[in-house]
Design a binder for this molecule. Structure first.
Ligand code: SF4
Length: 54
C-alpha cells in the first residue's frame, strides 16, 4: 500500500497505518458526539479498523 502523503497519523494499530502515514485512499472523519465539534478531541476517524479486525 502507498502512503497518503496528505494524511499523517500515529494510530499504529489501524490496518491503514504505515510509518506515521495513512495508506487509505480516502478517510471519513466525523464529529465524535453527534453535534458539531469544538476541538480536535471531539472528532473521530471512522475509517479506523483495528489490525486484528479481520
Ligand atoms: S484510517 Fe484513520 S486511524 Fe487509520 S491510519 Fe488512516 S487516518 Fe489513521
Amino acid at each position: 500500500m502507498n502512503k497518503n502523503q496528505d494524511i499523517r497519523c500515529s494510530v499504529k494499530n489501524c490496518i491503514y497505518y504505515k510509518d506515521n502515514y495513512c495508506t487509505a485512499e480516502r478517510i471519513q472523519v466525523d464529529n465524535q458526539y453527534g453535534s458539531l465539534s469544538n476541538t480536535s478531541d471531539e472528532t473521530i476517524c471512522v475509517t479506523f479498523r483495528p489490525k486484528d479486525d479481520r
